[in-house]
Design a protein around this ligand. Structure first.
Ligand code: ATP
Length: 330
């Protein structure tokens, strides 16, 4: 039996269907990323799991117990928001302990959990400061510590790293991942950043327009996308999707799997985009469809320079043109 289960879940806002037929099973201790473009329904789904929003129909259960009708405080779930939601007039320590005081956890136990959480997030020296005296990353860790002391087995996070600069974000990704594993938390993490989801999650739930597109490990979504949406959303730069006269289907090849060669498909250089460790070369096929090729380091090409591209058969994906669904390689 799965730990947390969502069954036939739907959410409507008036005429607008924000979530449709959501079916999801999550195991204890899993790190799940809810990923998708802006407006796809990620936050709505997270809020329904938290109990902050009610579903129009469907059920949610935890360890086999139906929790659909339970209030947020009865679900054993903690939540970390993008804004951290810290009280500005309370110190770090008071912010972390706020929920425990409200739940009347006794003083000795509060202190024990506080010390443990402060050590985990390396904030022992900052406990008497106010949130305004902390950096963004430190505030983020206070919000995390608050979730940790609650000792709820399920933790929900809504884009918790989005306010941080790129360097701190990369550091926090691995810290968060280590912490989650160490505490054995079941973590459901909303992000629109596929790199974040790929690098942190055990499994990704990819959503588009309120529907689950695919659920799987980062490697499965990258290697075996079930449809063109997943194929384009996972991986950067996006997978090229195009047609060739000798095939009936849509074809997909990732830029990193295409190589320039002496023979193969004729094309011409359109432009290049230099990225440091590689160059993204845009080429036009004979019928003017454009595809992107990732080439090593810095390489220059003349506009309209004749070239050939090639790829391994195993790196070619096939999609049905009508439904945009993957079809097994012939
Ligand atoms: P983002 O990444 O931009 O935060 P999201 O994937 O989290 O997006 P949601 O916030 O879940 O998206 O919203 C999903 C859709 O539901 C959006 O089209 C949004 O406009 C709509 N929506 C969300 N809340 C409400 C509401 N209270 N009333 C009406 N429509 C809503």
């Amino acid at each position: 039996m799965s730990y947390l289960t969502l069954k036939a879940l739907n959410k409507e806002f008036g005429d607008f269907q924000a979530l449709q037929d959501i079916e999801l099973s999550i195991e204890r201790g899993e790190f799940i990323a809810l990923l998708g473009p802006s407006g796809c329904g990620k936050s709505t789904l997270l809020r329904i799991i938290a109990g902050l929003e009610s579903a129009t129909s469907g059920k949610m259960s935890v360890e086999g117990r139906d929790v659909t009708a339970l209030a947020p405080s009865q679900r054993g779930i903690s939540m970390v928001f993008q804004s951290y939601a810290l009280f500005p007039h309370l110190s770090v320590k008071e912010n972390i302990l706020f929920g425990l005081k409200a739940r009347r956890v006794e003083a000795k136990e509060r202190q024990r959990r506080l010390d443990e959480a402060l050590e985990l997030v390396s904030l022992q020296d900052q406990q008497d400061k106010l949130p305004s005296q902390l950096s963004g990353g430190q505030r983020q860790r206070v919000a995390l510590a608050r979730a940790i002391v609650s000792q709820h087995p399920i933790c929900l996070m809504d884009e918790p790293l989005s306010n941080l600069d790129a360097k701190l974000r990369a550091e926090m990704r691995s810290e968060l991942r280590n912490l989650q594993k160490k505490l054995g938390l079941t973590l459901i993490y909303v992000t629109h950043d596929q790199i974040e989801a790929m690098s942190m999650a055990d499994r990704i739930v990819l959503l588009n327009q309120g529907r689950i597109q695919q659920v799987g490990t980062p490697r499965t979504l990258y290697n075996q996308p079930k449809n063109t949406f997943t194929a384009r959303f996972i991986g950067s730069p996006a997978m090229n999707i195009f047609t060739l006269p000798e095939y009936h289907n849509l074809l997909g090849v990732r830029p990193e799997h295409i190589r320039l060669s002496d023979s193969g498909i004729r094309c011409r250089a359109v432009n290049t985009d230099y990225h440091g460790e590689n160059t993204l070369l845009k080429v036009a096929l004979p019928d003017e469809q454009q595809i992107v090729v990732k080439v090593d380091r810095y390489q220059q090409f003349e506009t309209d320079q004749p070239l050939h591209v090639n790829w391994e058969q195993q790196d070619l994906h096939h999609f049905c043109s009508a439904k945009q669904q993957a079809i097994p390689t012939p």
